[in-house]
Design a protein around this ligand. Structure first.
Ligand code: LMR
Length: 352
């Protein structure tokens, strides 16, 4: 009898030990070894990326390429779902959607950011950049750093700057060569006070409408013209409603890629690195291809014969810059001394 009892006790003890080891029950926290690296690694992450432009544009193509690279670099554990053409939200609605966590990545134009951080009006100053090299210097230098630090204080984490290109003017009334040619005309612009002021300074009116309404307001004659890059003017068909286009390069349309910092910090570090790596690769790809894409769209607009095109000469640009130079002084306070100093350093070669 005694022998049987000891066998039962021995078996029972063995089962208990097996259950504890097998199911990893915590006997006490300090004895449990957690492999931080593995936390969250075996969950799939879906990041919703919303933007407002057509697929065949610099931002549209870059977003699709980014989604591809993220899938590849995370072996499918992170999926980026693209929602182009403003199908989910307009440019301004995207900011609230990002903060609500309804989308996880947005790529607003700098002008859209100005409603959330006034310092960004710096990027809307007229004739800020002369060429892509200056743009790259700004994005990769102190100007970019100041802007990203500033937007972070407003609750958004910027992880990259994306290029589109220089903005051009179109209108339905007359050829525009000199600032006086624009007097009395109305133009659709993005919601940036620096843009409104630019047009007011030279006797024109600037009105804002969401990007997806621009074609209709041009068609219905609610505004005489608009400003945008060649890729947007072509991909949205604006040129079909505009008799005249001026290649002015008066502003640069760039984007900042924003994520919600709270969400970003929940993604396992190993995936964050892959996402940032993908973002850096796409940013470089876009820098090399945005200019060609806009040139391609220019050829298609010119080839259509619908729009009469005038390209501003350097002398004509000097007239525009002279008329608009005062905006730099007017915005010094809003932009801040340091950022204005950095901008002046960028432009130093131009004015000498
Ligand atoms: C606009 O004019 O609203 C567009 O430039 C927006 C964009 O993202 O390109």
């Amino acid at each position: 009898m005694k022998g049987l009892l000891s066998i039962i006790v021995f078996l029972f003890g063995g089962i208990i030990t097996a259950v504890y080891i097998g199911f990893g029950f915590q006997t006490s926290p300090e004895t449990t070894v957690v492999d931080e690296e593995l936390i969250g690694l075996h969950e799939k992450y879906t990041l919703k990326f919303s933007h407002v432009v057509a697929r065949n544009t610099p931002k549209g193509l870059a977003a699709a390429y980014f989604a591809e690279l993220v899938k590849e670099k995370t072996n499918g554990w992170v999926e980026v779902q693209i929602f182009p053409n403003g199908v989910l939200y307009s440019a301004q609605e995207e900011f609230e959607a990002l903060q609500r966590g309804d989308v996880h990545i947005i790529a607003p134009a700098f002008s859209e950011v100005t409603l959330h951080d006034k310092k960004w009006v710096a990027m809307d100053l007229p004739f800020l950049f002369d060429n892509e090299a200056m743009v790259e210097q700004a994005f990769n230098g102190r100007v970019g750093e100041i802007l990203l630090n500033s937007i972070e204080t407003k609750g958004y984490k910027g992880i990259a700057f994306w290029d589109n290109g220089f903005k051009q003017l179109t209108n339905n009334e007359r050829p525009i060569v000199y600032p006086e040619d624009i007097k009395g005309l109305s133009f659709r612009v993005m919601p940036s006070e620096a843009l409104f002021k630019t047009y007011r300074t030279i006797g024109a009116r600037a009105i804002t409408f969401p990007f997806n309404e621009v074609y209709n307001v041009l068609q219905d004659g609610i505004v005489d013209g608009q400003e945008n890059t060649l890729s947007n003017i072509y991909s949205k068909g604006f040129y079909k409603q505009q008799k005249y286009m001026t290649i002015s390069n008066h502003n640069y349309l760039g984007y900042v890629i924003l994520v919600d910092p709270t969400l970003w910090n929940t993604i396992p570090e190993i995936y964050q690195e892959s996402i940032q790596e993908a973002m850096d690769e796409v940013t470089l790809w876009l820098r090399e291809h945005a200019k060609e894409l806009n040139k391609e769209m220019f050829l298609r607009i010119a080839g259509s014969g619908i729009t009469e095109i005038h390209e501003l000469s350097e002398e004509e640009k000097v007239q525009w810059r002279k008329e608009l130079k005062r905006l730099y002084e007017e915005y010094e306070l809003t932009i801040g001394k340091e950022l204005m100093e950095e901008i002046r350093k960028l432009q130093i070669d131009r004015d000498n």
